[in-house]
Design a protein around this ligand. Structure first.
Ligand code: ATP
Length: 281
């Protein structure tokens, strides 16, 4: 389990997160949601050790009861337990896609060792699982945005860690690509892995995530099991727009629907709670 306590993070003089505390558990898929600029990328980056924190702690509680300070681990140690798919990547060299995926094996190599046959096989399998085996020799600066997201996902799969952080991993994926990726993430969580993912698509989050954490203005405004926190009232308040919630056609999973202005009845609607009553009625 990862436990975050009183985390404060900012950029320059600007504080973005103040005293944020939360825990993310193994065997679960946890979604991090919230409006644009609410601090999701900042929180995930700070928890993943790629952004400096001002105060607070991020601890890794192992099953055997040992506690490790996540933030004081060096990058290599951290990469042995955590794979991180960032929202943005900068590639200054035209590396081959397979080279990027092989980087996932790097934290597991002993000093001065080269990649083994098993590492190469692992990278090939990861690219196959991510549906990009055909990109093995392609240069990373000559692929599409969605293909790049799959390459980064394959790198995370090749890394074979029990913890995965993903920041908007499906932003450039088509529907089939999104479902494939989230099905795989679900399997990883069902096998005991810890999956922590930021996502703007509320319905995707509700379909796949066991737990949801909502951020707004750098504070947690919702945290709990999906069925408990994914309500019309809460979503409408967080996003400051009326949102209806109904079960998915395939089952009981809640799904959100935006309400365009043309469909709002001003006489009846003047806030989230009235919308909720009207929807219920
Ligand atoms: N490098 C930076 N320097 C200064 N301010 C930043 C920087 N990166 C982000 N911010 C600010 O920090 C706040 C939180 O940004 P963050 O990217 O964490 O939000 P987010 O919830 O991930 O947003 P989005 O949903 O739009 O991706 C925003 O107000 C943003 O403008």
């Amino acid at each position: 389990m990862i436990q975050v306590q009183n985390l404060s993070v900012g950029y320059g003089r600007r504080r973005v997160l103040s005293d944020v505390s939360l825990s993310v558990k193994p065997g679960r898929m946890t979604g991090l949601l919230g409006p644009n600029g609410s601090g999701k990328t900042t929180l995930m980056g700070a928890m993943g050790g790629v952004l400096p924190v001002r105060s607070g702690s991020v601890q890794l509680l192992d099953e055997d009861g040992t506690t490790r300070d996540f933030l004081s681990m060096d990058a290599r140690q951290r990469a042995q337990v955590l794979s991180f798919i960032p929202q943005k990547v900068q590639t200054s060299f035209p590396l081959r896609c397979s080279t990027i995926v092989m980087m996932g094996r790097y934290p597991h190599l002993s000093s001065f060792a080269n990649y083994s046959e098993d590492d190469i096989i692992g990278a090939r399998q990861a690219m196959e699982r991510a549906g990009i085996a055909h990109l093995w020799d392609r240069s990373v600066d000559a692929i599409s945005g969605g293909e790049l997201q799959r390459v980064l996902f394959a790198r995370a799969l090749a890394q074979k860690t029990n913890i995965m952080f993903l920041d908007e991993p499906s932003a450039s994926l088509d529907m089939a690509g999104t479902v494939n990726m989230f099905d795989m993430l679900r399997e990883i969580a069902d096998d005991g892995g810890l999956v922590f993912v930021t996502v703007h698509d509320l319905n995707l989050a509700a379909l796949y995530c066991d737990e949801l954490i909502f951020l707004k203005h750098g504070e947690i405004v919702g945290n709990g099991r999906t069925e408990d926190v994914f309500t019309e009232e809460r979503l409408s308040e967080i996003y400051e727009t009326p949102i209806r919630v109904q079960p998915h056609a395939l089952g009981k999973v809640p799904q959100a629907q935006a309400v365009p202005r043309a469909f709002r009845n001003d006489a009846l609607f003047s806030g989230a709670s009235k919308l909720t009553k009207r929807c219920a009625g």
